[in-house]
Design a protein around this ligand. Structure first.
Ligand code: GUN
Length: 301
């Protein structure tokens, strides 16, 4: 029997309605409008499209957003200066520097410049470190969104074998950590595979839960899965498609058609993890506004 679809779009819509209600409450009761500052350097089409989607989602949730666009040739000092301006801006509670940055810019230096209290991506060393030792922090959006999807679909993670394919700072490493945490949506036994892994299929076939975050189409196919596995596809790859007005279509890292014949539950691309990433960004921005406004605890942790 083909797999059921794990619909990230529907969960995201429910969570966003809840966030919007909480934003309205924060505005009404405390006159605080959560604000997100986005910095986009260059004109990478995928980054432009992500940033546009984030701006739209903020607007729909009642969150103020301001995007600073810098040319691809912008100097590192200019980028750092803009981050520091957002650190000091009381209307901006959360800061997002869209990655990747152009090659000549030291990404680490830019991330280090973000005030950890405004780091709604959860990328700064302070937030990563706090996450690793179980302290209060901003969880990175894609990994947190994946855990929320598993919980909402009733997928048992405790005692299960989760295999993560990919070791990026944005997804692979943090999702492996969240899956192994002693917490809801965690307590799994986790294996991390990457480009240096020999015989990838030998590992993926052991996965009760497979997280594909390799950034390459068709990294995982149906024959690489254990029957009944839960498959989370984080990939967003543009492949040429003359039949589309845009000239491309989006595919994940998993070969959906073959995987859906073997898995029990699978996320589609688009409409799976992507909408949840943005939802958790809204969640973190609301949390940042609450923390900076030092008022009322949230109920969407
Ligand atoms: N590029 C791809 N994913 C992300 C993300 O979650 N945050 C940022 N800032 N850049 C990204």
């Amino acid at each position: 029997m083909p797999a059921a679809i794990l619909d990230g779009k529907a969960l995201a819509a429910n969570m966003r309605a809840d966030i919007a209600a909480q934003v309205a409450e924060l505005k009404g009761a405390h006159a605080i409008t959560p604000g997100l500052g986005v910095l986009l350097v260059g004109a990478d089409p995928a980054s432009l499209s992500y940033v546009t989607a984030k701006e739209k989602a903020c607007g729909e949730a009642g969150i103020f957003s301001r995007t600073l666009r810098l040319p691809a040739e912008a100097a590192q000092d200019e980028v750092l200066a803009r981050v520091r301006e957002m650190n000091a801006d009381p209307l901006i509670h959360g800061i997002l520097v869209q990655l990747p940055l152009p090659k000549h810019i030291d990404e680490g230096a830019v991330i280090n410049a973000i005030d950890p209290a405004k780091d709604v991506d959860g990328f700064t060393p302070v937030n990563v470190g706090r996450m690793m030792i179980g302290q209060s922090c901003f969880l990175p959006c894609t990994p947190h969104g994946i855990i929320q999807m598993l919980i909402s679909a009733g997928v048992e993670t405790s005692g299960k074998h989760a295999v993560v394919v990919g070791r990026s700072n944005i997804v692979g490493k943090p999702v492996a950590h969240l899956l192994m945490r002693k917490a809801k949506g965690g307590n799994a036994t986790v294996t991390v595979c990457h480009t240096g892994t020999r015989d990838l299929a030998a590992f993926t076939r052991q996965a009760d839960i497979l997280i594909a975050a390799a950034g390459r189409p068709c990294t995982v196919t149906g024959e690489m899965l254990k029957p009944g596995a839960v498959v989370i596809d984080v990939g967003v790859n543009r492949v040429p498609d003359a039949a589309k007005a845009s000239g491309f279509r989006l595919v994940g890292d998993v070969d959906f058609d073959s995987a859906a014949q073997v898995a029990s539950l699978i996320t589609p691309v688009p409409g799976g993890v992507g909408p949840m990433t943005i939802t958790m960004l809204l969640h973190n921005t609301l949390l940042a506004a609450r923390r900076q406004g030092a008022c009322c605890a949230g109920n969407i942790q």
